[in-house]
Design a protein around this ligand. Structure first.
Ligand SMILES: Cc1cc2nc3c(=O)[nH]c(=O)nc-3n(C[C@H](O)[C@H](O)[C@H](O)COP(=O)(O)O)c2cc1C
Length: 168
């Protein structure tokens, strides 16, 4: 798919088929993550693609939704707040770094015809405990990954001129 077609095709998918994900697609998605930029090129992340049913069940016990459990894989985006670059005021830039790498994954998945859905609305401490993740690492986002079993509804967005301005 061409870049802008990928952007337009990507939507949050909340219904999945159980079909397995082709290994070569996973490889390309991994390479897209690897190419993501990060502040000072520190790459303070690890992305786990969880196929293992017991581990997936542990994740679904913390974020319990039917559609997450349907997906054949769950992406877990781990970030290291000590390893990342810090802003001049001292705050770690980790959310931004992880956001970029995760979106590389999400768009690469869309290019492969696979669905994803960013998920952050879980209890972070519980998720870390469930997956045995210790500080300074933490689970910053998760997403199902698999073939969509639904056509997304109409996309709602703010008007272009409200969010994007060319200043002469
Ligand atoms: C940082 C972030 C966190 C999100 N967390 C959740 C979540 O916990 N659960 C969920 O169902 N959707 C979540 N979403 C998906 C948004 O609801 C979705 O992107 C938005 O409604 C726009 O729809 P679209 O992705 O189909 O364009 C999240 C999206 C982002 C970018």
């Amino acid at each position: 798919m061409k870049f802008y077609e990928v952007i337009k095709s990507r939507r949050s998918i909340r219904s999945y088929k159980s079909d397995p994900i082709p290994e070569n697609a996973l490889q390309r998605i991994g390479e897209a993550v690897q190419l993501a930029p990060s502040a000072c090129n520190l790459q303070p992340w690890k992305f786990r693609i969880v196929l293992n049913p017991e581990l997936r069940a542990k994740i679904c016990a913390v974020y319990s939704s039917e559609w997450l459990a349907e997906a054949p894989a769950i992406v877990v985006a781990l970030g290291n707040r000590d390893e990342c670059w810090k802003r001049l005021e001292g705050q770690p830039i980790i959310d931004m770094d992880i956001g970029i790498a995760m979106e590389h994954l999400v768009l690469a998945a869309a290019a492969e015809g696979l669905g994803t859905c960013w998920i952050c609305a879980y209890d972070v401490a519980r998720m870390n405990r469930a997956l045995n993740i210790m500080a300074p690492w933490s689970v910053y986002a998760i997403s199902p990954l698999g073939c969509a079993n639904t056509e997304p509804t109409k996309l709602m967005r703010k008007p272009l001129d409200e969010v994007f301005m060319v200043m002469q």
